[in-house]
Write a protein that binds this ligand. Structure first.
Ligand code: SF4
Ligand code: SF4
Length: 382
């Protein structure tokens, strides 16, 4: 089923509707036997990036995950489900995230095993552009089949996140942020995400785009209905289709652009062969990308670095919302956040504007301090 994408409409997260639509997606691609062999082990890698309720739209909806697992269970009992969330890779965090995101309920309901293995393995990727050896979660990459069940939404740093970026979650816990600190520019980070995706060896991808998030990323964006479940064996093709359904161009997805430049996939968003329903009926209008946080991207870093305050937005922890939980300080790849007097404070000189802090703050307590130029531009002239 090379590059073939199954596209099915799905109105909402009604259990029966989701079950039917996921089944149809598998059927369009020739059935579950094309996804996993009889008796093979399968790891279902969801997006459970943080401990939030499914209703937020930030994580894969558990009904979608459960429907995928029920398909897999037709041919194998060896199904494990889980993720490596942002934060320390340990059982305590995993348990909290699984309970809150509904992954634990899915495991109870379907009989799948919850992933608590915290072992890691180094994977060699000679064709890697950012890294040629990558540390990944052992349990995920050593399964016979790694199945990705992702969420489509905006991302402050990469513009969009979906089937390709979901596999970045194969990097264990805080190692994600260590890697991030080495690849500061969005384009470099996009190359790293593509590398991790390739190294993961994921063989099947289904995306939950029933509800998507547009605007300013997971925590500050808005939930919208795209009404789609799509699946296939090529995450780049799947991402290209989703970008098209969002009414965007390939260049709007930093990871897709990186993959195009590396010759991993064709240019544009019209190349996947789509089975199932007509794409045009799902194309959204008014899908908003995140607000720009860097101005003067074409100006040399030596200039923008000195004038950082003028060109770059930075995260702004909000007094009254910040609970001083410390998560942002823990995940910041540059150690740019410290807790002072009950409030997180950002050291502008260290911040690389990756917005991991904002993405992972469970209290939506991180706003955006706009760059001086943007603030001046909005000031009325007299
Ligand atoms: S900004 Fe958010 S993550 Fe950081 S300390 Fe405050 S509440 Fe916690
Ligand atoms: S302060 Fe936030 S945006 Fe800045 S480097 Fe740290 S995590 Fe990234």
């Amino acid at each position: 089923m090379q590059d073939l994408i199954a596209l099915v409409g799905c109105e909402d997260y009604d259990e029966r509707e989701v079950e039917e639509r996921v089944t149809r997606a598998f059927d369009l691609l020739g059935g579950v036997e094309n996804v996993v062999g009889r008796g093979q082990s399968a790891f279902v890698k969801v997006n459970a990036v943080m401990a939030v309720a499914p209703e937020t739209g930030i994580v894969t909806n558990p009904r979608v995950t459960a429907a995928v697992i029920r398909q897999l269970k037709k041919v194998t009992d060896a199904v494990v489900v889980g993720d490596s969330p942002g934060g320390p890779y340990n059982r305590t965090l995993l348990r909290r995230v699984y309970e809150k995101t509904g992954v634990a309920d899915v495991a109870r309901e379907t009989g799948a095993e919850l992933a608590y293995g915290t072992g890691t393995v180094e994977v060699s990727l000679p064709e890697g552009k950012a890294l040629k050896r990558i540390t990944l979660c052992r349990e995920m990459v050593e399964a016979d089949r790694l199945i990705s069940v992702s969420k489509f939404k905006t991302h402050r740093y990469l513009n969009l996140t979906g089937p390709i970026k979901n596999l970045y979650g194969c990097v264990p816990g805080l190692t994600k942020f260590v890697y991030h600190s080495r690849f500061e520019k969005p384009r470099e980070f996009a190359d790293l995400v593509v590398d991790v995706h390739l190294a993961s060896g994921a063989s099947f991808h289904l995306v939950d785009a029933v509800e998507v998030i547009d605007g300013d990323g997971s925590k500050r964006g808005d939930k919208k209905r795209m009404g789609v479940i799509a699946a296939g064996d090529n995450a780049f093709a799947l991402e290209a289709l989703l970008v098209r359904l969002a009414g965007l161009r390939a260049s709007d997805s930093r990871v897709l652009s990186a993959a195009v430049e590396r010759g991993i996939c064709p240019e544009g968003v019209d190349w996947p062969s789509v089975l199932g329903e007509e794409t045009e009926q799902f194309v959204m209008s008014g899908f908003r990308l995140p607000e720009k946080t860097t101005f003067g991207e074409r100006i040399p870093a030596s200039v923008t670095g000195h004038l950082s305050r003028a060109f770059n937005a930075i995260p702004l922890p909000l007094a009254g919302k910040c609970t001083a939980c410390g998560t942002c300080a823990e995940v910041c790849p540059r150690g740019a956040i410290a807790l002072k007097s009950g409030l997180a404070r950002v050291d502008r000189s260290r911040c690389i504007r990756c917005f991991c802090c904002s993405e992972l703050c469970e209290f939506q307590a991180i706003g955006l301090r706009k760059p001086l130029l943007a603030r001046l531009a909005r000031r009325p002239t007299i």
